[in-house]
Design a protein around this ligand. Structure first.
Ligand code: 3PG
Ligand code: MG
Length: 399
């Protein structure tokens, strides 16, 4: 796998696909720059070599050009972080952009306008990819968050850079850290999986079962397992059509010698609201009309012991409705325990996939775990064991 370290960019234009799909405030400031920050090391390496980064990204899901989703809103943030002035190309393809990227100028970063203003981007159009390709002497893919999309700039374009493409540091780190968990992590290896639906995590659970010693299940999806085993779950979230599947997953775990840990007790509410009445009950004895919205203290005690006994841990998905304060306790306490063990040097911990990343950010735990993925959907698909088009295309073209 080739990375930026295998190239010197002196005098070269590095066309770099990043994932700057970041949330903006109502007045178009960067609300959370995590994804941009993650890419700074790659951009600095190119600049320090004497190369010129030509940066391309999507932002949101525009249907054609839209001022609200213009990448120009990111310019002040990037300029401040890199202490360099950004040259902006108001269209990612065409004569104006080509004139700007025609020569390599040192200490210059060119930012191309939102790729998705052109429908050809998501269509994976080869002619569009070729029109983008004129902007670089080398192609770098550092957009892990978009690696599951087979789009023009993430996958199709690589063929125009045979032996002249590589992964950026974000990509390299993501791949390296997930591999640390999935392939050859120090044992015992534990996966903590939460979130609302079993159906969205089936492939991940199947994949993880082949690799982990412990599987901790929390969040709404736990109730489908509890119901499948005959428990009373009141009005809690359940996928009635996945009860057999839940039982077969439990059987599969048993057959593989994977220890499954389901909630023992839960915090219930009489309705889905922050000011609802609450009650802590055994997880399989939830009274009629009550909804399980978080794991309870006994569950946390048991899950905590599993964390303490683990050397490697993957966390994907919250334990409860952490967005509502009264039901955030389980996710926060579990996160604190993971962070504490990591800080003691006892645990390698990776947090990946949408909601769990939001949770560690909300609880200020991001800097206290070993690694937080920049990919939501991309990380989920990677954990499912799927080939990500953005990774695959570079591997093929770099060889
Ligand atoms: C993301 O945030 O999920 C990535 O940037 C990909 O965006 P998409 O889901 O709109 O393809
Ligand atoms: Mg997405």
């Amino acid at each position: 796998m080739l990375t930026l370290d295998h190239f010197s960019f002196a005098g070269q234009r590095a066309l770099i696909r990043v994932d700057f799909n970041v949330p903006l405030t109502a007045d178009f400031h960067v609300a959370d720059g995590t994804r941009i920050d993650a890419t700074l090391a790659s951009l600095k390496k190119i600049l320090q070599d004497g190369g010129m980064p030509v940066v391309m990204s999507h932002l949101g899901r525009p249907k054609g050009p839209s001022d609200a989703l213009s990448l120009k809103h990111l310019i002040p943030y990037i300029e401040e972080k890199l202490q360099i002035s950004v040259v902006f190309a108001p269209n990612c393809v065409g004569p104006e952009a080509s004139a700007l990227t025609a020569v390599c100028k040192p200490n210059t970063l060119i930012l191309l306008e939102n790729l998705r203003f052109h429908p050809e981007e998501e269509a994976g159009d080869a002619a569009f990819a070729q029109a983008l390709a004129v902007h670089g002497d080398l192609y770098v893919n550092d957009a892990f968050g978009t690696a599951h999309r087979a789009h023009a700039s993430t996958a199709v374009i690589a063929q125009f850079f045979p032996k002249k493409c590589c992964f950026g540091y974000v990509m390299a780190r993501e791949i390296e850290n997930v591999d640390k968990v999935l392939n050859g992590g120090q044992k015992p290896v534990t996966a903590v999986v939460g979130g609302s639906k079993v159906s969205s995590k089936i492939d991940i659970l199947r994949q993880l079962m082949q690799r982990v010693d412990h599987l901790v299940i929390g969040g709404g999806m736990a109730f489908t397992f509890i119901r499948a085993q005959g428990g009373s779950i009141g009005n809690s979230l359940v996928e009635e059509d996945k009860l057999d599947l839940a039982l077969s997953l439990l059987d599969e775990a048993k057959a593989r010698g994977v220890q499954m840990h389901l909630p023992i007790d839960v915090v219930c509410a009489d309705r889905f609201a922050a000011d609802a009445a609450t009650l802590t009950t055994p997880a399989d004895l939830i009274p009629d009309g009550w909804i399980g919205l978080d794991v309870g203290p006994e569950s946390l005690e048991a899950f905590g012991k599993v964390i303490d006994a683990s050397a490697t841990l993957l966390w994907n998905g919250p334990m409860g409705v952490f967005e509502l304060e009264p039901f955030s306790h389980g996710t926060r306490i579990l996160g604190e325990r993971i962070a504490a063990r990591t800080e003691e040097g006892k645990l390698f911990s990776l947090v990946g996939g949408g909601d769990s990343v939001a949770a560690v950010n909300q609880f200020g735990l991001a800097s206290r775990v070993s690694y937080v993925s920049t990919g939501g959907g991309a990380m989920l698909e990677y954990l499912e064991g799927r080939v990500l088009p953005g990774i695959d295309a570079v591997l093929k073209a770099e060889a």
